[in-house]
Design a protein around this ligand. Structure first.
Ligand code: SF4
Ligand code: FES
Length: 248
């Protein structure tokens, strides 16, 4: 396959950026999108040009490091898939693809397709943990958790912190990410003790970092590679209001 690319190139946070055109030749349909970019970069390096900067780590869809927009869609057109697991067979020979970084005030651009997502780390630091002594594995096994609740908690824990939900939201809200983290701890008995303080701290940190408010667009759920449901956001809002009432 031959793929035409328009890639956002920006040398640094304060430099001007622009779309630069490249052609990827002899692309195998079995390559992932990142492998296709690797081939483009090898060509650029051979020409002594600056390779395209992009993030990746596991390339198995489990770490949340990769992520950019393909033709305006976070992680590209394949539902429930990260760009590292997006295969070129999803596209046609001769396609033109526009590749851009996440765009959100709370994710400042570092270079090309790489953005700073440490705002997510600070939301986790604000309350995404349990600090009570929950004992060892035998204690855990002694506390029975209904299967439906355990399933919901595990589904929420699947969030890999990629940031696609923020990139897709017109308000650049991180409500889906934050609510997934709030749910995965708050639904379980071990996380119940700090449920109120956790949700308040994490929501307040979310706002302080400059993420916008949720207005129920549903774009976050549509692009989430782990298909985290927006019912988590409703649960987070209920928990937040309960916590506010309890504090009075
Ligand atoms: S909720 Fe989904 S889109 Fe958002 S950070 Fe988690 S895995 Fe990525
Ligand atoms: S590189 Fe780990 S999820 Fe894509």
């Amino acid at each position: 396959m031959r793929i035409h690319l328009k890639v956002w190139r920006q040398p640094g946070p304060t430099s001007a950026g622009r779309l630069v055109e490249y052609t990827a030749e002899r692309v195998s349909p079995d390559m992932s999108f990142l492998e296709m970019l690797d081939v483009v970069n090898e060509t650029l390096i051979a020409r002594r040009e600056d390779p395209i900067a992009f993030d990746s780590d596991c390339r198995e869809g489990i770490c949340g490091t990769c992520g950019f927009l393909v033709n305006g869609v976070a992680h590209g057109p394949e539902p429930g898939t990260t760009v590292c697991q997006l295969h070129m067979r999803r596209f046609k020979d001769g396609d033109t693809l526009i590749v851009e970084p996440w765009r959100a005030k709370a994710f400042p651009l570092i270079k090309d397709l790489v953005v700073d997502r440490t705002a997510f780390d600070r939301i986790i630091q604000a309350g995404g943990y349990t600090s009570v002594n929950v004992g060892g594995a035998p204690d855990g096994n002694a506390i029975l958790v209904p299967k439906a609740v355990a399933d919901k908690a595990m589904d929420s824990a699947a969030c890999i912190g990629c940031g696609a939900c923020v990139a897709a939201c017109k308000n650049a809200s991180a409500a889906l990410f934050t609510s997934a983290k709030v749910s995965h701890l708050g639904l379980l008995p071990q996380g119940e003790v700090e449920r109120h303080t956790r949700v308040v701290r994490m929501v307040e940190r979310h706002d302080t970092e400059g993420f916008g408010s949720c207005s129920n667009e549903g774009e976050c759920e549509a692009v989430c590679p782990k298909e985290i449901p927006i019912t988590n956001i409703a649960r987070m809002n209920r928990d937040y209001f309960r916590a506010m009432l309890a504090s009075r």
